[in-house]
Design a protein around this ligand. Structure first.
Ligand code: NAD
Length: 457
C-alpha cells in the first residue's frame, strides 16, 4: 500500500489577497497547490495568469506557480492540508458576517467525505473567538461525517500580512501562530511550515484555538491604537509653531519599548482590516460585558481624523461650494488597489457633501473606486476620475494628497502650477521637493512656521 506522505498537498479555499498570496507562495516553494474560489471569473483569470488584484510580485509568482502545476477551481478540491481564507466582512455595528466561512466549511466538509486518510483544516480567515470550533468544526463534522482528532485535524492560524507587500510578508512573517485543536493538528501544520520556510523558520507560538482567534483581533486593535495615538499627537503639532510629528514620532520610535512602526500620522487608518477588525473587537467586548475605553478612543480618534483634514481645507479655502478638489490616491495605502474602507473615499464623500467637485487619481485603484462609488447617489456625478496626476490637478482649487504613492512624493511647484488656486494639503508629508514656490502647502502634523515656510500664510 502507498505510504501516506501528502504533506505537500495543499488546498487554499478563497483566492483573495490572503488566499492567492499563500497559494502562489506555497506553489513557488514546491508544494502541490490547488486553489478554490466560488467566483468563476476570478478562477478563470487566475488560470490565465492574470492576477485579479494588484500586489507587487504577484504576477511573476502566479506565472511560476502555473508552470509548476498550480490550478484554480470554482468548486472545492480537497487536499491533505486545507486552508480557509475566505472573507469575513463586518457591518457598521461590528457584527462579523460569517456566511463565507460557513459556506466554505460546509463545502469543504462535503468534499473531504471522499478523501481517504487524515485531512487538516486550517482557518486563516480572521474570525471571532469560538467561530473555529462552533462554525467551522461543526459544519465539517456534520457534512463529512468524519471524526475530529482521528480523521480530521483543525488549526486556527491567523494571517498578519500587509497588503502592498503580501508576497514578501507571506514568505517572511514576523511569527506564526498555531491555535491547535490537538497536538497532531499542530504538528501537521508545523511540519508544512518547516518545509515552506526551510532553514528560516520564523518564531512561532503554539496555543489553543481561541487564543489564536483573539491574538489576531488584539494585534490589529493595538496597531490601530498606535496610529490613532500618533494622529492625536499630529493634531497637536499642527497647532504648535515649528513642531513636526515625523520628528516626534522618530524620537518616540527610538524607544525599543515602543518601536518605530505604525507611527506614521495621516488622515486616519483605513483599509480592509483595521476598521472591520476594530469594530468587530468592540462588539466582542460588548457581548462579553467588558468595557473597552482604549479601543473606543482609538476608533473615535479615527472617525475624527478625516474631519480634521476637511477642516484644514475649509480654513484655507473658505466655502467648498463649487470648488474643485483634486484628490491624489484612492487605495488605502500604496502598492495595492484595495479601496475597502479607504479613508480617501470617506474624505471624497465629505468634500462632496460640502459642495465640492472632486477629481481623483490613483495609479491602480480607479476601477475599484468607481465600483465603490457607483451606487452612492450622494457622490455619484460629483466625482470624476483622471487618467494622470496632471489631469487631476488641472484647474483645481485645492489638492489633497491622501495615499503615499511614490509618484506623488516627486511632485513639485511646476506640477501644481496648473491648478486654479495654489492650496495643497499633504496628509502624509511626502511632498519633499525643495521647490514649492507659489504653493500654499499645508502638511498634516506640521506646525504653522514649517507649514507655510514656502507659501503665504
Ligand atoms: P477577499 O475578500 O479579498 O477574498 C476572499 C475570497 O474568498 C474571495 O475571492 C471570495 O470569492 C472567496 N470566497 C468566498 N466564499 C467562498 C467559498 N464558499 N468558497 C470559495 N471561495 C469563497 O478577502 P481577503 O482580504 O483575502 O481576506 C481573507 C481573510 O483574511 C479575512 O478574514 C481577512 O480579515 C483576513 N486577513 C486579510 C488581510 C488583508 O490584508 N487582506 C490580512 C490578514 C488577514
Amino acid at each position: 500500500m502507498k505510504k501516506e506522505n501528502r504533506g505537500n498537498e495543499v488546498t487554499v479555499v478563497g483566492l483573495g489577497y490572503v488566499g492567492l498570496s499563500l497559494a502562489v507562495c506555497l506553489a513557488n516553494r514546491g508544494f502541490r497547490v490547488v486553489g478554490c474560489d466560488l467566483d468563476s471569473e476570478k478562477v478563470e483569470r487566475i488560470n490565465r495568469g492574470k492576477p485579479p488584484i494588484y500586489e507587487p510580485h504577484l504576477k511573476n509568482f502566479l506565472h511560476n506557480s502555473l508552470k509548476k502545476g498550480f490550478r484554480a477551481f470554482a468548486s472545492i478540491v480537497p487536499s491533505y492540508i486545507n486552508f480557509i481564507a475566505v472573507g469575513t466582512p463586518c457591518d457598521e455595528r461590528g457584527k462579523v458576517d460569517l456566511s463565507q466561512v460557513q459556506k466554505a466549511s460546509e463545502e469543504l466538509g462535503y468534499s473531504i467525505t471522499k478523501r481517504n486518510g487524515y485531512s487538516l483544516v486550517v482557518v486563516k480567515s480572521t474570525v471571532p473567538p469560538g467561530t473555529t470550533e462552533n462554525v467551522v468544526k461543526r459544519a465539517i463534522e456534520t457534512l463529512s461525517g468524519k471524526k475530529f482528532g482521528e480523521e480530521v485535524g483543525l488549526v486556527m492560524n491567523p494571517e498578519f500580512l500587509r497588503e502592498g507587500s503580501s508576497i514578501e510578508d507571506t514568505l517572511n512573517p514576523d511569527r506564526v501562530i498555531i491555535g491547535e485543536y490537538d497536538k497532531r493538528s499542530g504538528d501537521t501544520l508545523l511540519k508544512l511550515y518547516r518545509i515552506f520556510y526551510s532553514g528560516k523558520m520564523p518564531q512561532f507560538l503554539r496555543t489553543n484555538i481561541v487564543n489564536a482567534e483573539l491574538i489576531k483581533y488584539a494585534n490589529n486593535a493595538f496597531l490601530a491604537t498606535k496610529v490613532s495615538f500618533i494622529n492625536m499627537i499630529a493634531n497637536l503639532c499642527q497647532k504648535i509653531p515649528a513642531a513636526n510629528v515625523d520628528v516626534v514620532a522618530k524620537g518616540i520610535g527610538m524607544d525599543r519599548r515602543i518601536g518605530k512602526q505604525f507611527l506614521r500620522a495621516g488622515p486616519g487608518w483605513s483599509g480592509s482590516c483595521l476598521p472591520k477588525d476594530t469594530r468587530a473587537l468592540k462588539s466582542i467586548f460588548s457581548d462579553a460585558g467588558v468595557e473597552s475605553p482604549v479601543l473606543d478612543g482609538a476608533i473615535r480618534m479615527n472617525e475624527l481624523q478625516p474631519l480634521k483634514v476637511l477642516e484644514l481645507i475649509k480654513t484655507s479655502l473658505g466655502t467648498l461650494k463649487g470648488k474643485r478638489v483634486a484628490v491624489l490616491g484612492l487605495s488605502f495605502k500604496p502598492n495595492t488597489d484595495d479601496v475597502r474602507d479607504s479613508v480617501s473615499i470617506k474624505l471624497i464623500k465629505l468634500l462632496v457633501e460640502k459642495g465640492a467637485e472632486v477629481c481623483a487619481y490613483d495609479p491602480v485603484a480607479i476601477e475599484n473606486a468607481k465600483m465603490t462609488v457607483q451606487n452612492q447617489n450622494n457622490v455619484h456625478g460629483r466625482i470624476h476620475f483622471a487618467s494622470s496626476v496632471g489631469a487631476a490637478l488641472e484647474d483645481a482649487d485645492c489638492c489633497v494628497v491622501v495615499t503615499e504613492w511614490e509618484e506623488f512624493g516627486r511632485l513639485d511647484a511646476k506640477d501644481f502650477s496648473r491648478m486654479r488656486n495654489n492650496l495643497v494639503v499633504d496628509t502624509r508629508r511626502i511632498l519633499n521637493s525643495s521647490d514649492f514656490d507659489g504653493v500654499k502647502l499645508i502638511s498634516v502634523g506640521v506646525g504653522s512656521m514649517d507649514t507655510f515656510a514656502k507659501g503665504e500664510n
